[in-house]
Ligand binder design. Sequence first.
Ligand code: COA
Length: 193
Amino acid sequence: MPTLVAPAIPSGALASTGQPVLPVGADALLRPWLLTDASAVREAFRDPAIQRWHVRRADSVAEAQGWIEAWQSEWPSETGAHWALVDPADDTLLGRVALKSFALHDGTAELAYWTVPSARGRGLCTRAATVVTQWALYERGFHRIDLGHATANHASCRVAEKAGFEAEGIRRRAWLHADGWHDVHVHARVRQD
Ligand SMILES: CC(C)(COP(=O)(O)OP(=O)(O)OC[C@H]1O[C@@H](n2cnc3c(N)ncnc32)[C@H](O)[C@@H]1OP(=O)(O)O)[C@@H](O)C(=O)NCCC(=O)NCCS
């Protein structure tokens, strides 16, 4: 069936190039995931804060490898892009930033992130989220990046604000976590911002 509007991002435009490595200043780098990151991912998911807001834990390195394989598969299928945030000096895992749920026709995606406890509180997540968002909006044709967090997750809200994501409203009782239903604060950055 013919479409009446050309897509914001033509099919194949992303996968025809490799997923990029994105510098985040002198102390961090975003690179595609490697299966050898699995131990560090498993360790990160021992953190109660990551478990609380991501609603899962890894019980084995093999399980974490399965997550990484799923993250790796999204770039070639143009459904998402997932990066490991690492220290460029020694490749230590500092966190994760992802663009999920690509909708190429509308040029939209959804930002997600976590940082390991030892990397928090120095602006790292904000800088990495900003780098990924600017890459998507100004280099790769995305038009709007969504970001949602539980209203009780105040640190995530600060990251969203500092990275320039305007607050748009509340989705009431939209996420089920171990402690019950959570309202979700909806933010977004659009290319015109
Ligand atoms: C949310 C998270 C990614 C932030 O990572 P980070 O690298 O520390 O982020 P930044 O340093 O860029 O910014 C954190 C901001 O939150 C603030 N903050 C931290 N804890 C807070 C709290 N309990 N209440 C309010 N603000 C808080 C910090 O003060 C900082 O803001 P400031 O620069 O105005 O002082 C990290 O805490 C994390 O991984 N948490 C667990 C997983 C998670 O919540 N992921 C997001 C799911 S939507």
